[in-house]
Design a protein around this ligand. Structure first.
Ligand code: ZN
Ligand code: ZN
Length: 304
């Protein structure tokens, strides 16, 4: 997969999502048209939502690739989070729809009609969706693209729900217990709700300028320490993500009589170190004289 990351650009992946969504929609509609099954009809309708979502992802990727401009000097990367929140909301709505459908079926058990051909076409669409979902999640993570990962997770929940419906029908057929089908659907809905919630939470975290996680923070502190020879300490370290970009800013305390030239040289070394260690790091350093130093750390480490 490593080589593939270089072959596909995020833009191509986003366009690929639209193509897959159109194919899946066609297959699912065909499945409905051949069988007239209401269940397959609602499944096909859901694919229209997927198509809309994949278009939103393409717009988000196109937006984030626009260079920083006068109006958005920090770039447009957060567009990805907005599309990821949208995906999360769509996933939650799908879970609610399954919930309502399943509880209705639990309260008023109905005989199953089994359109074998429709189920087969539907399964084919599921395989297509599942394969593409895995490509999106894997490459999206590698490219640190929240929008592509979210789209992959969205597709994956669709596959799980289709699979759940299929398994439910088979189990109900074999056992003759019609309530097993909606019960399984309820379980699927809970699983999907969980995925949607996780996606919304993560994307809102990005929109709210959540700090990098503990592990990455320690890494950043270590890189600063390793490249700050000549400085006294670093404090007020603040971090945040905007999609693939990591913003890092802090105060660097240097000896009061150090020249601006030397202090700037230390800054350049730290910046080079951070940019080499962390992909797409944007670093801002504020220089301060000795009397601005904080209480030193007990372990004597550079970053306070
Ligand atoms: Zn300070
Ligand atoms: Zn400079």
């Amino acid at each position: 997969m490593t080589s593939k990351a270089a072959i596909f650009t995020p833009k191509q992946l986003a366009i690929g999502s639209i193509i897959v969504a159109v194919l899946v929609l066609g297959l699912k509609y065909l499945a409905y048209a051949m069988t007239n099954s209401v269940g397959l009809y609602s499944d096909a309708l859901e694919s229209i939502v997927n198509l809309a979502a994949s278009i939103a992802v393409a717009i988000a990727i196109w937006l984030r690739d626009k260079p920083a401009d006068h109006n958005h000097p920090y770039g447009h990367d957060k567009a990805e989070y907005i599309s990821a929140v949208l995906e999360g909301v769509l996933i939650v709505l799908a879970a609610v729809a399954i919930f309502m459908e399943a509880s209705e079926a639990l309260l008023h058990p109905r005989a199953l009609d089994i359109p074998v051909l429709g189920l087969g076409l539907n399964a084919l669409a599921g395989v297509l969706n599942g394969g593409w979902a895995m490509v999106l999640i894997r490459l999206g993570r590698k490219m640190r693209s929240p929008a592509l990962v979210a789209d992959g997770k969205h597709l994956f929940t669709d596959v799980i729900s289709s699979l759940g419906i299929l398994v439910g029908i088979v189990i109900a057929l074999v056992s003759g217990l019609n309530w097993l089908d909606p019960l399984l659907a309820l379980l699927v809905a809970i699983l999907i709700l969980w995925t949607g919630w996780g996606l919304i939470r993560n994307s809102l975290g990005g929109l709210m300028d959540e700090a990098v996680d503990e592990e990455e923070l320690e890494h950043i502190q270590q890189v600063i320490t390793d490249h700050a020879h000549g400085a006294i300490e670093a404090h007020d370290l603040r971090t945040r993500h905007a999609g693939r970009i990591t913003f890092i800013e802090f105060h660097l305390v240097v000896p009061s009589n150090m020249t601006v030239f030397s202090a700037h040289e230390i800054c350049d070394k730290i910046e080079d170190g951070l940019e080499a260690a962390i992909s797409s790091a944007h670093v801002v350093i504020h220089i301060e004289p000795e009397d601005k130093a904080h209480e030193p750390n007990a372990d004597g480490s550079m970053v306070i």
